[in-house]
Design a protein. Structure first.
Length: 254
């Protein structure tokens, strides 16, 4: 077929238009805490657009390192904003391709109290020999939020020697779930469907847990990646985040 006729056929069929994205699959990399919501969002998007997604789950730090070393990822969903901002600083992504997609919340777990409160957390400091699990504040935003909370309650000096630190918030929760510790400060998203032994920490006690994404797609997949991000940030999706234990980006309380 002559080249001009082929180009005309391509134009008629719309193969160079957004409708051709249905032939594209998106490669999504997500921090473990947001994996389940992202899989559901990707499933909804596929139903609407026919664009399929491949979801890779790991820690934000691991995914960041892979992207820095050239991993083929279209959208990176970090548990914090530090790593997407670092991708901007390193020239890996554009400022306009980084967005806050959700705010996390912190929860206090107490195996000994059916309906725990901040007073129970304070009373715990008087019990010698007991420990509390948190994510490592140096590595994880939920760990930093846990440290913020303990400092705001003037409990950090008493707790610092009794902390069991997970490399991420999921590991901190596993220490509690396995019975290794009886108390923990973890992501609300991990326990929001539990009715007992959990207390939602007031947001005012820690800095916002701002989770950002970065569009890291190569040029040929940029339109499809940006369209998916637009869907994630839409009211349709943002209005559902609370059922996963997150707050939307347009929540006035933040």
């Amino acid at each position: 077929m002559p080249k001009l006729m082929w180009l005309a056929l391509v134009s008629i069929l719309g193969l160079n238009s957004p409708s051709a994205w249905c032939e594209t699959s998106l490669k999504l990399a997500v921090a473990a805490n947001f994996a389940d919501p992202l899989r559901e969002i990707a499933r909804q998007y596929e139903q609407q657009s026919s664009v399929k997604s491949i979801v890779t789950v790991a820690s934000s730090g691991t995914l960041f390192a892979q992207i820095q070393h050239g991993a083929d990822v279209d959208v990176f969903f970090s548990a914090d904003k530090a790593r997407p901002q670092a991708l901007i600083n390193n020239g890996r992504v554009r400022q306009s391709d980084v967005h806050t997609y959700a705010y996390g919340r912190l929860a206090y777990l107490d195996r000994e109290q059916t309906s725990p409160s901040l007073n129970d957390l304070k009373t715990f400091t008087l019990s010698p020999g007991t420990r509390i699990a948190i994510a490592n504040p140096r590595l994880a935003p939920y760990g930093q939020a846990a440290q913020d909370t303990l400092q705001q309650l003037t409990l950090w000096p008493q707790f610092s020697a009794r902390l069991v630190k997970g490399k991420n918030v999921l590991q901190a929760y596993q220490y509690y779930a396995s019975g290794n510790v009886d108390r923990a400060l973890v992501a609300w998203s991990l326990v929001h469907d539990q009715t007992n032994h959990v207390f939602l920490i007031p947001a005012k006690l820690h800095r916002p847990i701002e989770q950002q994404l970065a569009v890291t797609a190569r040029e040929d997949n940029l339109p499809a990646a940006r369209a998916f991000v637009e869907f994630v940030l839409s009211r349709q999706v943002q209005s559902t985040l609370s059922r996963w234990g997150y707050e939307p980006v347009d929540d006035a309380s933040q």
